[in-house]
Structures are given as structure tokens and as C-alpha cells.
Design a protein around this ligand. Structure first.
Ligand code: NAP
Length: 322
């Protein structure tokens, strides 16, 4: 019986494990397919405090992981494929977690499975991630000082990040597949009134091309079918994010977009199950905010386990029904 299983190994998960480890809870972290989550594919991190010269995503993951291990966290490199939190409504019975290779029972769980940016799924996108293709203007905008960039998308994120990019870039072209923005009027008007921003309407990106780094996007007008090539140094893709919450459907309460619903104490709708990081945060999505939320969740788990000691001792539950 585990004291606490952390599902996910991004900044929220690693911080939750650090705090749980320091509380002598010997947390088990089930990492998911990519240890470190989204930051492991982020080349440069310059907005995380404590690194005046900046760092790289993989380096930050290694440092966080090492610090977490130092305090007793254990790592299972696997993906969770099923959970049974049905006992959560009942005091003293374990929560069930099943991975491809193993099954675990736990007194508490912290869900930190994060979110993933929706991909365009066009040729060149994967190839140029970190070399001109980005899903995070806050992280990467600085590297495009004086350059020309395009933003793909017509929602609030595309407007907000496009406006942010004008602090650095010489020009920002927003490519949108319709002739009307999805973004609300406030951000839409701010973008339209920004002299560095121009719009390419009714247009989709068909491919991202370059030699070692992004040099251009191949585009197509969806109304006329005309194709063109736009030279650009960067492609910022903002066509939405999706929370990695599929395995919790029907198990934990979530909003219409699939983000888990938590209270101020980071509790989900199932007793003993907490959540932190982007899985319950559609707004901030920063390493710094995820770290803070992971810390909160682990501290609340400590309190929960302390309170649970006064209830019935956990009873074994058969996982044979899975
Ligand atoms: P969103 O509102 O879902 O907008 C996604 C945009 O990407 C839409 O314009 C959509 O086009 C376009 N898109 C989707 N799939 C595409 C594809 N395959 N190819 C090309 N374009 C595609 O997502 P979001 O902008 O990330 O916003 C998410 C939520 O957060 C929204 O509720 C938003 O209001 C909120 N938000 C608020 C703020 C703020 O208020 N400061 C800032 C950021 C986000 P269509 O319009 O044609 O569907």
C-alpha cells in the first residue's frame, strides 16, 4: 500500500513528490511516457526563478528529479491506463492505479498529468519543435527579437500571445482559418490595433519548411484554394490545449473542456485524490505556477493522511475485477 502515488512527472508532479518525500511519505511517481512532461521538450527556460543565465527544459527536469529522489521518491517509468477511485467515497479503503506493467494501491493520489498543446499535424511541425516551432510565446518569445514570426489560431490565446510577441518580434502575422476571430472583443481589438500585427484570413498552414530551422510556412486560402509561401523565422501554434484527463472520464469531475475540478485544497471529487498543474489550470500554464500547485497538493495530502489515521485502517481491495 503506497502512501501517495503521483501520476505524472512534470513540474507539478516532481514538486509534489519532493514535498511528499520530505514528509517521509516515500511517494511513488508514475512518470508517464515522457519524464518531465512538456518542459522536457522545451529548449530554453529563462523565466523560472533561480537561473539568471537560463536553463534548458531537460536540465531542469534532471535537477528537479534528482532533488526529488534525494528525499526518497521512487519512479515507475510507465503510463497509467486505468484508475479505480470508487473507494474514494469510503474512508479507509485503497485507491487503485493500473499501469501497462503493474497495479498499485494507495492511500492517496496526486494527479499531475498536465495538458498537451493541440498540434497542427502538418509536415515540418515535429521536426522544428525548438528550432522555430513553439507552443509557448512566454517561454520562447525572447529568442525572436527583431525577427518575423507567425501565430496560428484565432482564439484568445493566439491574440494574447501574438500581442506578447510584439515585444520582441519585428512583425507578427496571425494566420486564421476563418475571416472572423474566435477571440473576445477586448483581445481581438488590442491585436487589430497593434501596428506590428497583421492578419492572414481564411488560411491554413499546410507545411512548415526550412533547413535546420524554420524558414517559411506553406499556406492555402481555404476559400480560393490559392497557395503561397510566407517567409518566417518562427511559428507559434495556438489552436488550443487539451488536458490529459481521458483516463479520469466518468471517475473525476471535470469541466466541459476536460480540466479536472479542484477546490482550494487541491481536492478532486474523489476522496483522497488531489490534482495539481495544468490538469486543473487552463489559464496560467507556467512552470512556476505548476510548481506552486504541486507543493500545495502534497501539503494537503500530508494533512489528509494525518486525518485518515484516526479513521479505519485501510482494507485490502481486490483488483481482480479490472
Ligand atoms: P480556442 O478558444 O479553442 O481557440 C482555438 C483557435 O484555434 C480557434 O480560433 C480555432 O479556429 C483555431 N483552430 C483550432 N484547430 C485548428 C486547426 N487544426 N487549424 C487551424 N486553426 C485551428 O483556444 P484558446 O485560444 O487556447 O482559448 C482556450 C480558452 O481559454 C478559451 O475559453 C479562451 O477564451 C480562454 N483564454 C482566455 C484568455 C483571456 O481572457 N485573457 C487568454 C487565453 C485563453 P476556429 O475559430 O475556426 O474554431
Amino acid at each position: 500500500m503506497e502512501n501517495v502515488v503521483v501520476i505524472g512527472s512534470g513540474p507539478a508532479g516532481l514538486t509534489a513528490a519532493l514535498y511528499a518525500g520530505r514528509a517521509n511519505l516515500e511517494p511513488l511517481v508514475i512518470t508517464g511516457s515522457q519524464v518531465g512532461g512538456q518542459i522536457s521538450i522545451t529548449n530554453d527556460v529563462e523565466n523560472y526563478p533561480g537561473f539568471p543565465e537560463g536553463t534548458t527544459g531537460p536540465e531542469l527536469v534532471e535537477l528537479m528529479k534528482a532533488q526529488t529522489e534525494k528525499f526518497g521518491a521512487r519512479f515507475e517509468v510507465d503510463e497509467v491506463i486505468e484508475v479505480d477511485f470508487s473507494s474514494g467515497s469510503e474512508a479507509g479503503r485503497p485507491l487503485g492505479i493500473k499501469t501497462h506493467g503493474n497495479e498499485f494501491e494507495a492511500k492517496s493520489v496526486i494527479v499531475t498529468t498536465g495538458a498537451s498543446p493541440t498540434k497542427l499535424e502538418v509536415p515540418g511541425e515535429e521536426e522544428f519543435i525548438g528550432r522555430g516551432v513553439s507552443y509557448c510565446a512566454t517561454c520562447d518569445g525572447f529568442f525572436f527579437r527583431g525577427k518575423d514570426v507567425v501565430v496560428v489560431g484565432g482564439g484568445d490565446s493566439a491574440m494574447e500571445e501574438g500581442i506578447f510577441l510584439t515585444k520582441f518580434a519585428e512583425s507578427v502575422r496571425i494566420i486564421h482559418r476563418r475571416d472572423e476571430l474566435r477571440a473576445g472583443p477586448t483581445l481581438a481589438n488590442r491585436a487589430k490595433n497593434n501596428e506590428k500585427i497583421s492578419f492572414v484570413w481564411d488560411t491554413v498552414v499546410k507545411a512548415i519548411v526550412g533547413d535546420g530551422a524554420v524558414e517559411a510556412v506553406e499556406i492555402e486560402n481555404v476559400k480560393t484554394g490559392d497557395t503561397d509561401t510566407l517567409d518566417t523565422d518562427g511559428v507559434f501554434i495556438y489552436i488550443g490545449h487539451y488536458p490529459n484527463s481521458e483516463i479520469f472520464e466518468g471517475v473525476l469531475e471535470m469541466d466541459d473542456h476536460g480540466y479536472l475540478i479542484t477546490d482550494d485544497a487541491k481536492r478532486t471529487s474523489a476522496r483522497g485524490v488531489f490534482a495539481a498543474g495544468e490538469i486543473d489550470d487552463p489559464i496560467y500554464r507556467q512552470i512556476a505556477t505548476s510548481v506552486g500547485e504541486g507543493c500545495k497538493a502534497a501539503m494537503q495530502v500530508g494533512r489528509f493522511l494525518e486525518e485518515s489515521k484516526h479513521e479505519d485502517a485501510p482494507k485490502q481491495k481486490s483488483l481482480a475485477s479490472w
